[in-house]
Each structure stands twice: as structure tokens, then as C-alpha cells.
Design a binder for this molecule. Structure first.
Ligand code: HEC
Ligand code: HEC
Ligand code: HEC
Ligand code: HEC
Ligand code: HEC
Ligand code: HEC
Ligand code: HEC
Length: 307
């Protein structure tokens, strides 16, 4: 790394840290309180244990809560539905416990009932998941309605959160086998061709390689069959890295003219190969030329001397 790169990298981290501390401060200001209505549900669904009065046995009972029915109140209050009552999406009948048995049969509400996401719906219906599993593969498998949020402020958090959408299931045999009977392929093994995997998974999203490469718009929800996944290093490690239209569009959006962020991320430090410097290129060409020239002169001299 040369001096200029180093300075840009340091500057970039300084700005990133400055920004993330700002965002935190904003978040603290507009802190949302959990409503008493929701607290009623969360006295049971917010904990590992719950208690209720058993009218038949005439005593209070303590029981374990099914871990998949536990709603984390901290992430609920950070999610985009923080202001919603549980009963906006679940029937009022849940207010009584024991819950009536027929509530189990009630179809769960869908994102699409309240939002018009028709373009996304279209893409999802073309994805490998939908082709293999149909309607069973619904939005909520990747977007937990109790915690879903769109991270835009911090690129590392964005990547981690995004990948967790996929890994929650691909790394969890219980969730995976709820859909298919075969075992989940081990992500680390199936990507062993990728050098320095941990670093890559921290710096790119799964969808970078698993959705269509498109110059203009990204089709985030169109997950392609594995044969069509990106394997070529140059798709990212090159001057016109596809990342500039995918992952880094968030940075670009902050600065549409492609100023500071774009320079740092695409031209300086982030992706090897995406940061070619024409002076360095020319110098290395010159070094090559001199080396070969030297060898050539050496050979010629030796041939002449022999004679
Ligand atoms: C006294 C504890 C308690 C309270 C209060 C409570 N629940 Fe439950 N809930 C449970 C338990 C335990 C289950 C597991 C299944 C069962 O026992 O019926 C459950 C199951 C559920 C399920 C899953 C049903 C299924 O099988 O798919 C939903 C959804 C649910 N509760 C929503 C709510 C909502 C919304 C509220 C508040 C309006 C609420 N619950 C209040 C204890 C409670
Ligand atoms: C924006 C709509 C929405 C809100 C608000 C909401 N839920 Fe849910 N909830 C859903 C949907 C949709 C499902 C089904 C998810 C699935 O099938 O993957 C669900 C599932 C559940 C389940 C069962 C888990 C399961 O896997 O079936 C419980 C328990 C639950 N919700 C409790 C709550 C509680 C308690 C609250 C309030 C703190 C709440 N929900 C608020 C939409 C919502
Ligand atoms: C009961 C209706 C309802 C359901 C079901 C629902 N939402 Fe929402 N959602 C809303 C409302 C209302 C808002 C606006 C909240 C606010 O501004 O405080 C919202 C906000 C959002 C936002 C943020 C939009 C913005 O501009 O800030 C996103 C993204 C979102 N929902 C996605 C989803 C997804 C994904 C699902 C399914 C997992 C879903 N919603 C299910 C009603 C719903
Ligand atoms: C296979 C997992 C998966 C499924 C299924 C899925 N999504 Fe997404 N969704 C994602 C990922 C990954 C992102 C990227 C989020 C980001 O970049 O922050 C996303 C982003 C979004 C966004 C934000 C878009 C934006 O530009 O910021 C919305 C809204 C959304 N999804 C709604 C839906 C709806 C509605 C469905 C069902 C029709 C759905 N998703 C199904 C994984 C999924
Ligand atoms: C650098 C590009 C790249 C990234 C990043 C990436 N993948 Fe892949 N993935 C591939 C390629 C290429 C294949 C095809 C491998 C093969 O067929 O041998 C693949 C295969 C897969 C498969 C199929 C495995 C099988 O054997 O059936 C799954 C599932 C998968 N990836 C999920 C993920 C998830 C989840 C993430 C994020 C944590 C991710 N991938 C990140 C390129 C990538
Ligand atoms: C709720 C579980 C779940 C989630 C969430 C999920 N997947 Fe999958 N995925 C599956 C299952 C199950 C299969 C296997 C389908 C089959 O074998 O027919 C699969 C298959 C795949 C395949 C292989 C397709 C092929 O050609 O064999 C890829 C690639 C993949 N998923 C990527 C992703 C990515 C990327 C995400 C996140 C954006 C994601 N998945 C989210 C359950 C999930
Ligand atoms: C989806 C885009 C993408 C693909 C495809 C990709 N890379 Fe990367 N690669 C990155 C990013 C982003 C980084 C992180 C750069 C950083 O911040 O250090 C990285 C880092 C690396 C590093 C580590 C550099 C270091 O600092 O240690 C190596 C080596 C590397 N990639 C080689 C490869 C090879 C070889 C392939 C093809 C098999 C490949 N990459 C495919 C995006 C990609």
C-alpha cells in the first residue's frame, strides 16, 4: 500500500466512525417505548420462561417458551414496525391465554397485505427458492416482521445483517429442514474455492454473487441457480467492478457525483485490482522493459565475448 492509499484509508475510517457515532446519537433521541398492549404479550413472548394461572389445577405454572416463539424486544424496537401493536398483525384473540386452539390454523398476515411490493414479488417468483418451493417460500423467511430493518448507514453492519438473512436458514438445519428433507450444504465447504473466505464474507453480501449482474439496476430478489453464481474474480477485482452498481450504490447514493466515497472505495483501497494507478502501471512497465533489456544486452555480450 502506498502513502496515498494509506492516508485515504485512514481518512475513510475516521469519517465512517464519525458518521456511525452520529447515527447512534440520532437513534437514541427518537427512542420508542414498548406499548403496554405489547408488553402484555411480551411478558410471555419476550422471555425464555412464562407463567400463567392454571384454572384446572388452581395454581400458577412456570414453563419453557418455545425458542422460536420468543420475540426479542430490543430488535423489535429497532425494526421498522416498532410502532405496531402485535395485534395489528395477529388476532385480538391472542390476548387470552391459553390461546384458542383454532388460532393455530389462522393464516399469518403477509407483508403484501399492507405494502405494494409488486416489483419485488415478481423477482421473488423467479428465484431458485420459489422455483423449488413455491408459495411456501414467503417474504417472512428472509424478513422477520418483528425485527426487519434496512441498514443504510454503515456498510459493514449492512453486509453482516444482510448475510444473516441467508445464514439464519442456510446455517440452521432446523429451519432448512422445515422446507426440504435433505441436509443443508455446508456454506464454508461449498465456497472453499474462494480464498480468504472470512474476509470476503465480511466485505460482500451473498446476493452480490447470487443475483443477476446488471449494469443499471440490481435485481436483489432474483436469486439465480448455483451454476450461474459469480465465480470470476475479475467481476469484482477490476476497474469496472460490478460492486459499484450493487453493494457500493449505497455509498454512491450519498454522493452521486462519485466524489470522496467513490474514490476511496473504488479507486484506492477497497478492492484489489479495482484501484489501478496509471503512473504505477507505467513505472512497472518501465521496470519490465529495463529488466528484459538488461537480460538481452547480457546475452548479446556473452555471445560476442565467446567468439
Ligand atoms: C401467558 C403467556 C402468553 C401470553 C400473555 C401471550 N402468549 Fe402467545 N403463546 C404463548 C405460548 C406458551 C405459546 C405456544 C403455543 C401455545 O401454548 O398455545 C404461544 C403461541 C403464540 C403464537 C404462535 C401460534 C402458532 O402456533 O403458530 C402467536 C402468534 C402468539 N402466541 C401471539 C401472541 C400475541 C400477539 C399475544 C398478545 C396479544 C400473546 N401471544 C400473548 C404464551 C402467551
Ligand atoms: C408487521 C406484522 C407483525 C407484527 C407487528 C407482529 N407480528 Fe408476530 N408474526 C407476524 C408474521 C407474518 C408471522 C409469521 C412468520 C412466519 O411464518 O415466518 C408472525 C409470527 C409470530 C409468532 C410465531 C412464530 C412462528 O414462527 O410462527 C409469534 C409468537 C409472534 N408472531 C408474536 C408476536 C408478538 C408478541 C408481537 C408483538 C410484540 C408480534 N408478533 C408482532 C407478523 C407480525
Ligand atoms: C399490518 C400491516 C403491515 C404488515 C403486515 C407489514 N408492514 Fe411494513 N409497514 C407498515 C406500516 C404502517 C409502516 C410504516 C411504519 C412507520 O412509518 O412507522 C411499515 C414500514 C415498513 C418499512 C419501512 C418503510 C419506510 O419507508 O420506512 C418496510 C421496508 C416494511 N414495512 C417492510 C415490510 C415487510 C418486508 C413486511 C413483511 C415481513 C411488512 N412490512 C409487513 C405496515 C405493515
Ligand atoms: C431469499 C431471501 C429474501 C426473500 C425471500 C425476500 N427478500 Fe426482500 N430482501 C432480501 C435482501 C438480501 C435484501 C437486501 C437488503 C439490503 O440491501 O439492505 C432485501 C431487500 C428488501 C427490501 C428493501 C429494498 C431496498 O431497496 O431497500 C424490501 C422492501 C423487501 N426486500 C421486501 C420483500 C418482499 C415484499 C418479499 C416477498 C415478496 C421479499 N422481500 C422476499 C432478501 C429476501
Ligand atoms: C464470491 C461469490 C460468492 C459469495 C460472496 C457467496 N457465494 Fe454462494 N456460491 C458461489 C458459487 C460460484 C457457487 C457454486 C459453487 C459450486 O457449484 O461448486 C455457490 C454456491 C452456493 C450454494 C449452493 C451450495 C450447494 O452445494 O448446493 C449456496 C446455498 C450458497 N452458495 C449460499 C451462499 C450464501 C448464504 C452466501 C453468503 C454467506 C454466499 N453463498 C456467498 C459464489 C458466492
Ligand atoms: C428459510 C430458509 C432459507 C433462506 C432464508 C434462504 N435460503 Fe437459500 N435455499 C434454501 C433451501 C431449502 C434450498 C434448497 C432448495 C432445494 O434443494 O430444492 C436453498 C437453495 C439455495 C441455493 C442453491 C440453488 C441451487 O441451484 O441449488 C442458493 C444459491 C441459495 N439458496 C442462496 C440463498 C441466498 C443468497 C439467500 C439469502 C438472500 C438464501 N438462500 C436464503 C433455504 C433458504
Ligand atoms: C463479489 C465480489 C468479489 C469476488 C467475486 C471476489 N472478490 Fe476477492 N475481495 C472482494 C472484496 C470486497 C475484498 C475485500 C478487500 C478489502 O477490503 O481488503 C476482497 C479481498 C480479496 C483478497 C484479500 C486481500 C487482502 O487484503 O488480504 C484476495 C486475496 C482476493 N479477494 C482474491 C480473490 C480471488 C482469487 C477471487 C476469485 C476466486 C475473488 N477474490 C473473488 C470482492 C470479491
Amino acid at each position: 500500500m502506498n502513502m496515498k492509499n494509506l492516508i485515504f484509508t485512514l481518512l475513510f475510517f475516521a469519517v465512517a466512525m464519525f458518521q456511525s457515532s452520529f447515527v447512534k446519537a440520532e437513534g437514541e433521541e427518537e427512542k420508542v417505548e414498548m406499548s403496554p398492549e405489547n408488553r402484555h404479550c411480551l411478558q410471555c413472548h419476550g422471555n425464555k420462561y412464562y407463567s400463567f394461572y392454571n384454572e384446572v389445577a388452581e395454581r400458577t405454572e412456570h414453563k419453557l417458551m418455545n425458542p422460536y416463539f420468543v420475540i426479542d424486544s430490543v430488535s423489535y424496537l429497532q425494526g421498522e414496525h416498532q410502532g405496531h401493536y402485535c395485534t395489528d398483525c395477529h388476532l385480538e384473540d391472542y390476548n387470552t391465554y391459553p390461546h384458542a386452539p383454532e388460532l393455530k390454523l389462522e393464516p399469518k398476515i403477509s407483508c403484501l397485505l399492507c405494502h405494494d411490493f409488486s416489483a419485488i414479488e415478481e423477482e421473488v417468483s423467479q428465484s431458485v427458492h420459489y422455483e423449488a418451493l413455491g408459495d411456501q417460500f414467503h417474504c417472512e423467511l428472509c424478513h422477520d416482521p418483528h425485527s426487519n430493518k434496512i441498514v443504510k448507514s454503515n456498510i459493514e453492519e449492512l453486509i453482516e445483517y444482510n448475510n444473516s438473512r441467508c445464514l439464519n436458514c442456510h446455517n440452521n438445519i432446523d429451519k432448512y429442514q422445515l422446507l426440504v428433507s435433505h441436509k443443508n450444504p455446508e456454506i464454508l465447504k461449498t465456497h472453499s474455492w474462494l480464498p480468504n473466505q472470512t474476509l470476503h464474507f465480511q466485505h460482500v453480501r451473498c446476493i452480490e454473487c447470487h443475483t443477476a449482474v446488471n449494469d443499471t439496476a440490481e435485481a436483489l430478489h432474483h436469486i439465480l441457480p448455483k451454476e450461474q453464481a459469480v465465480r470470476k474474480c475479475v467481476e469484482c477485482h477490476s476497474t469496472n467492478s460490478m460492486l459499484s452498481n450493487k453493494l457500493y450504490k449505497y455509498e454512491k447514493a450519498k454522493d452521486p457525483k462519485g466524489g470522496f466515497y467513490n474514490t476511496v472505495i473504488l479507486n484506492d483501497s477497497y478492492v484489489i485490482g479495482a484501484n489501478r494507478n496509471k503512473y504505477l502501471n507505467n513505472i512497472s512497465l518501465l521496470i519490465f522493459a529495463l529488466t528484459f533489456g538488461g537480460i538481452f544486452i547480457h546475452i548479446v555480450m556473452r555471445i560476442i565475448k565467446r567468439k
